[in-house]
Design a protein around this ligand. Sequence first.
Ligand SMILES: Nc1nc2c(c(=O)[nH]1)N[C@H]1C(S)=C(S)[C@@H](COP(=O)(O)OP(=O)(O)OC[C@H]3O[C@@H](n4cnc5c(=O)[nH]c(N)nc54)[C@H](O)[C@@H]3O)O[C@H]1N2
Ligand SMILES: Nc1nc2c(c(=O)[nH]1)N[C@H]1C(S)=C(S)[C@@H](COP(=O)(O)OP(=O)(O)OC[C@H]3O[C@@H](n4cnc5c(=O)[nH]c(N)nc54)[C@H](O)[C@@H]3O)O[C@H]1N2
Ligand code: SF4
Ligand SMILES: [Mo]
Length: 730
Amino acid sequence: MATTTSFCRICEAACGIKVEVEAGRVKAIAPDPDHVISRGYTCIKGIRYADVHNSPDRLQTPLRRNGNTFEPISWERAIADIGARVKQLMGQHTRDAIGLYIGNPAAFSLPHSLALYGFIHGIGSRNIYSSGSQDCNNKLFVARHMYGASAIQPIPDIGNTDCLICLGSNPAVSHASFIHLPRPIEQLRAIEKRGGKVWLVNPRRTETARVLGDHVFIRPGTDVFFLLSFLHRIQQTGGIDRAAIERHCHGWDDIENLANTWPATRTAPVTGIDEKTVHAMAADFMRATRSGGGASLYCSTGVNQGAHGTLAFWLLNVINAVTGNLDRKGGALVSPGLVDLPRMMRRLGVGTSEQRSRLGDFPAVMDTFPAGVLADEITTPGPRQVRAMFVSAGNPLLSCPDESKLTQAFAKLDLLVCIDMFRNETGNLADYILPATSFLERADLPLSVHGFATEPFAQYTEPVVPALGQARDEWWIYRQLARACGVPFFGRRSVEMALRAGEALHWVPGVPADAAGIVQTVVGLSRHVSMAKLRRHPSGVKLDLPTTGNLHKRLLTQTGRVELAPATLVANVYTDLEQAFRRFGEHSAGNLLLISRRDRHGHNSWLHNIRAMHPRGRTSNQLLIHPHDAAARKLETGDRARIENEVGALEVPIHCTEDMMPGTVALQHGWGHDRADGLRVAREAAGVNVNRLAAGGAEQLERHTGMVKLNGIAVTIKPAQTETAALEPA
Ligand SMILES: Nc1nc2c(c(=O)[nH]1)N[C@H]1C(S)=C(S)[C@@H](COP(=O)(O)OP(=O)(O)OC[C@H]3O[C@@H](n4cnc5c(=O)[nH]c(N)nc54)[C@H](O)[C@@H]3O)O[C@H]1N2
Ligand SMILES: Nc1nc2c(c(=O)[nH]1)N[C@H]1C(S)=C(S)[C@@H](COP(=O)(O)OP(=O)(O)OC[C@H]3O[C@@H](n4cnc5c(=O)[nH]c(N)nc54)[C@H](O)[C@@H]3O)O[C@H]1N2
Ligand code: SF4
Ligand SMILES: [Mo]
């Protein structure tokens, strides 16, 4: 038995792990006590990844559809067939006929995320989609306009702050997002231990709120109004830091009066947060700001996935900046990162697209359009119509809105290729499924995480075990696909020629020959650490880099300043906000507002295939509802309820809890595995797909970035009519 050091790549926490290997087989995964940041911490998912890696359902060869079944084929055959189909489709139609959907796990693999863009920019298609429009495109868009690049994302200085106001996140379970936060409870509690404040704003009293912080209920989708009143109070109490604005901002004059008409007395009936509470929060924030400890506002998916995620995130950044908390100790930090990722991406032409979507006229965010228009882009004729899709580490059928519409659209494709470790629900519709490696079979560097770290660090891992069967890493897969499709990586002949030379000779200085080579090349670009040092320290290296004073080094705006009032956001903002506020007033009395929730024993749609992820033999997700709302509908814990709206209907067991804000209900996403015959355990515990109630289509999406509205969905609830779990959408 040998033990190898590596790190988990399921979420941003990137926890250090020790992997026990015997005869090339993974026996167990344990936390790495020597890891420089996670120091012996992992969550259950990291430990159970051994079961994912060893799952008998893992794909070991490329598969090709044969009627209603799949047959194994060789890589040569699969790549040649796909290449020929793509060439044919590009010949008959335009390059836009070839689409790509990028799933969440791609973000945690450096070679994978580079290869995706290498391939699709090689094709030259504008039809790129991702999990971002269900997750964080609002943040990426705002950052591009305020800071000049999507990858510049200020993060709360958890280790030093005296006041953190956290909206729409449950770090105790999720480890949050866009921040590197292993040991979340310990790190947040430390703020309170040193006399600081943590406020948690959430329609549900979460697992985090149970153990720390002051919890405040908020009505789903109304954070933007809370933030307006918060800013109003800050201004009223003299909290604007003119010197900070002078130092690094531009545009304050344009929005200085924005919050004037939004006192907390006005917004309280809509948000559910009374004036006294808003004032107390603002007072804590200002006390921490003035005392020198620093303060910041932070939000995550609870806000991102609401009706006004873009405006809310913009306001949040404005407040951090104009109170002088941006780029200061205890405030919102611009992490130095291992390399200057924003500039690196700009040089590669990644994330710089100025295109707009054909349907809905949405701007490209990180070169991607909203997944909420994908079904219509496949079914609507025209020169930009999507006819083939590549799905890389994603499960759009479960994670995007309106499963039934997307299923019908995918069935119309000329070609669907999925690249995954498993045959998931989307893979079931595929023409080809290409088997990917598990993260234990790849070299990597947690590069995306580096830009979110309040304690700068770096780590490198080699593959821990050889690839299973014929599984291949995505860098290799996309290099083969690009060749077979006859397109140059990143759309640049010079890059393609260099890569080919590297691949042929296997040693051309500065040119990667494979996935590990890519990782090592990126390390080579860093002035802060060398490969030799990373190899000597498999549990990671702390980087002695300042976490403040980085703003001006990173900013990529034309003015070289933080743009507080980007034209695209402020153009109609006064009237937009008034209209949106009125709409909340029209909310129908019988409806409840549905929100999502994550639990410890799952990760989006993809860990339900592990038996240990079903504690006490659970077989379904479960709707949380306030006891009064349940009683009013003649329901109690254990009953099955029918949830309905104009998009679909579901039946699901309920659990009554006062942790829910009255008028709101919560259900986990990523369930609904009733047709997942490639995921045998998940299928037994099918549950229901909450996104059958989420609306797709351009009209239904958030206006600025096309975020899908997954929180604050109006639904009616009544006792169920049947004993069966999932129903077809209405
Ligand atoms: N209602 C509702 N819907 C949501 C959300 C919500 O909160 N509420 N959250 C949204 C969010 S934040 C996200 S990020 C999306 C996620 O949406 P998606 O990314 O579309 O879906 P996942 O369920 O994460 O599926 C990931 C797939 O990648 C595969 N996989 C895992 N590791 C690898 C690998 O290394 N290589 C390859 N090739 N494949 C791999 C898994 O087997 C799985 O099939 O869901 C979104 N949908
Ligand atoms: N165990 C586990 N961990 C995960 C994941 C998982 O599926 N399972 N997914 C990973 C992924 S892809 C991501 S992006 C991160 C996400 O990390 P987080 O953003 O922390 O995700 P959640 O835990 O869903 O927290 C969102 C919170 O927002 C609240 N909320 C809902 N609507 C509103 C609203 O309108 N306003 C406010 N203020 N709050 C609202 C919900 O009650 C919920 O507690 O988690 C990652 N970690
Ligand atoms: S917190 Fe995230 S990175 Fe850490 S073990 Fe859990 S899933 Fe893996
Ligand atoms: Mo996510």
